[in-house]
Design a protein around this ligand. Structure first.
Ligand code: ADP
Ligand code: TRP
Length: 331
């Protein structure tokens, strides 16, 4: 059976892009496969968070994962730091990870440009830790976005290197999970690229946004002065509004706005009002569940414990076998 694994660094609240680009897929995958979803808090140490922030960030993502519908009974949902076996595998993999190849990784080079004063060895070996995350459960399918493709390729290289070195086929070579046409990109509200926490609060819809905030953001979304020619092509910011609408609004209502656009009678104010209403209907139950979960420490505790136990069961089996393969036999 396929083993699916994905991780997310706990860097703040989840936005609509995270939901439709990641969480929604995880939720459908957990019904069909052996899934491991984890919160990558070790990875966060590369940027030196303070201890209070670290815990709070993990809690935030945990509540939001659960509120979106990740089910700890179906998937193995865990916090990376509750599975210290990953650190040992990371060390083993680092023995065969070359400094030159790590220095050539695009995400590393970008981080060095952004933060020249914090080029630590953890940052350099970020891809090795990610490989350890994946190989720890011998996962063979990894649902990742484009920005993580290079890291996944390196995981395959490390797995292959290990297999060759020890003349084994122990590690599967993990592939990107292919969603086909279902991989959506949620656009930002400012008419530019994809929605992202790095491109401004006001252009990003968070699952925690209160109704008034949500409405304000949408009503302020960028639009133009309207089409003047029938059936004309939509400028980027208008196409973006329609894309956002497709995530939450009924098809027949979207069609009415499409028709209005095509015969030049569209009123963007009405369209945004509709979008704001439908967005609120979508976000409200998630937002309320996030609040309930955040207040239920006992439940969160139980979830983290259960996930940690399940993940450690699989991790310790892998480490035992890896130690044997490397030549660490017991006396
Ligand atoms: P951000 O761009 O806000 O930093 P991340 O890089 O943390 O988001 O993304 C985490 C996950 O959410 C990834 O799987 C990524 O592919 C997905 N994701 C993020 N933004 C979008 C978006 N606008 N549309 C679709 N998927 C997205
Ligand atoms: N690097 C990933 C990100 O920034 C998070 C991550 C850590 C991950 N380990 C992983 C994703 C293993 C998939 C598999 O989004």
């Amino acid at each position: 059976m396929d083993v699916i694994l994905s991780g997310m660094r706990p860097t703040g609240n989840l936005h609509l892009g995270n939901y439709f680009g990641a969480l929604k897929n995880f939720i459908s995958l957990q019904e069909l496969y052996d899934c491991y979803f984890f919160i990558a808090d070790y990875h966060l140490l590369t940027t030196h968070p303070n201890p209070q922030d670290l815990h709070q960030n993990v809690k935030t993502i945990l509540c939001q994962y659960l509120a979106c519908g990740l089910d700890p009974e179906k998937a193995t949902l865990y916090v990376q730091s509750s599975v210290p076996e990953v650190a040992e595998l990371y060390m083993f993999l680092n023995m065969n990870a070359y400094v030159g190849e790590l220095q050539r990784v695009a995400a590393f080079k970008e981080k060095v440009r952004q933060n020249p004063n914090n080029v630590n060895a953890g940052l350099l070996t970020y891809p090795t830790l990610m490989a350890a995350d994946i190989l720890l459960h011998r996962a063979n399918k990894v649902p990742v976005g484009k920005d993580q493709q290079q890291h996944l390729e390196m995981t395959r290289d490390y797995a292959e290197r290990f297999n060759k070195m020890y003349k084994t086929d122990y590690f599967p070579l993990p592939q990107a999970f292919n969603f086909g046409d279902d991989l959506v990109k949620i656009p930002s509200l400012d008419g530019n690229g994809k929605m992202s926490k790095s491109y401004g609060e006001q252009a990003t819809i968070y699952l925690t946004d209160e109704p008034n905030v949500l409405k304000k953001k949408i009503m302020r979304a960028k639009t133009d002065s309207g089409p003047t020619e029938k059936n004309s092509e939509k400028p980027q910011e208008i196409a973006n509004l329609f894309t956002l609408m497709r995530s939450v609004t009924k098809a027949e209502i979207i069609q009415q706005f499409e028709d209005a656009y095509n015969d030049c009678s569209i009123r963007y104010g009405d369209m945004k009002k509709q979008l704001a209403e439908d967005m609120e209907t979508f976000v409200a139950p998630i937002r309320e569940r996030i609040k309930e979960l955040a207040a239920n420490e006992d439940y969160l505790n139980k979830v983290v414990r259960l996930g940690g136990e399940k993940a450690r069961e699989s991790a310790s089996k892998t480490l035992k076998e890896v130690r044997e393969i490397i030549g660490f036999h017991s006396f």
